[in-house]
Design a protein around this ligand. Structure first.
Ligand SMILES: [Cu+2]
Length: 231
């Protein structure tokens, strides 16, 4: 697979990466082939003494085949990618496994406002925990997200989770993920949203169940190295 991708920590990540790799290799091979052919033509048929430029209207089948054959081959590759990608999209985006927990993430210039359910596991109650740019989730649990925006369009992006979703003012968009590895991973904004866009980000803290309970109680978590300087 592609070694330079950020480490995958999503339960569905392998399926996602397989589609990504396929597109990467197919498009990469076509890019190289097209460039090589272009340079070949430049050197082989370029301007030369005694050679006159000709005008080819391209009406013959022979001339048109230069366009039609590659177009059909590319269409074949497109359909092959669709064949692999459609079941993945259905599995990840159209179906949501039942939530273990739901978190609300609201983007605004230029922070992520995050509301976690407290010990009762429910949002909209008194023990909700609010943070800025810091998302806390237990490992191996299905997390549903209500994704919202206060002012302009932002995009909630966690590369390690292969998760990216635009947030749009006036809408609450549902998303989900299941992180399978504890640790701290970067959150970014992936939609240009104003002068502070480049600094709009945060961290997701994927905690063991034990650490997550500690965090709920407001105790210090030793495994979460970013806690001290980011809160
Ligand atoms: Cu933004």
């Amino acid at each position: 697979m592609l070694q330079w991708l950020p480490e995958n920590i999503a339960s569905y990540g392998a399926q996602y990466d397989a589609v990504f790799a396929n597109i990467y290799y197919i498009v990469g091979a076509w890019f190289l082939a097209a460039e090589l052919f272009l340079f070949f033509c430049i050197f082989a048929f370029g301007r030369r003494k005694g050679r006159k430029a000709g005008y080819l209207p391209g009406h013959s089948w022979k001339a048109m085949s230069w366009v039609l054959i590659p177009a059909v081959v590319i269409l074949g590759f497109d359909l092959a990618i669709d064949h692999q990608q459609v079941p993945m999209w259905r599995a990840i985006k159209e179906k949501q496994p039942p939530a273990d927990q739901t978190v609300t993430v609201k983007g605004k210039q230029f922070v992520w406002d995050i509301t976690h359910p407290g010990a009762d596991g429910k949002l909209g109650t008194e023990d909700d925990k609010q943070t800025m740019n810091q998302l806390y989730v237990p490992v191996d649990k299905v997390i549903h997200l209500n994704l919202e925006a206060e002012d302009v369009i932002h995009s909630f992006f966690i590369p390690n989770l292969r998760f990216k979703q635009d947030v749009v003012p006036g809408r609450s968009i549902k998303g989900w993920f299941k992180a399978v590895k504890t640790g701290q991973y970067k959150i970014s904004c992936a939609e240009l949203c104003g002068v502070g866009h480049g600094n709009m980000g945060g961290w997701i803290h994927v905690l063991s169940e034990q650490d997550y309970q500690k965090w709920l109680r407001g105790e210090e978590i030793t495994t979460s190295r970013l806690d001290k300087d980011s809160l």
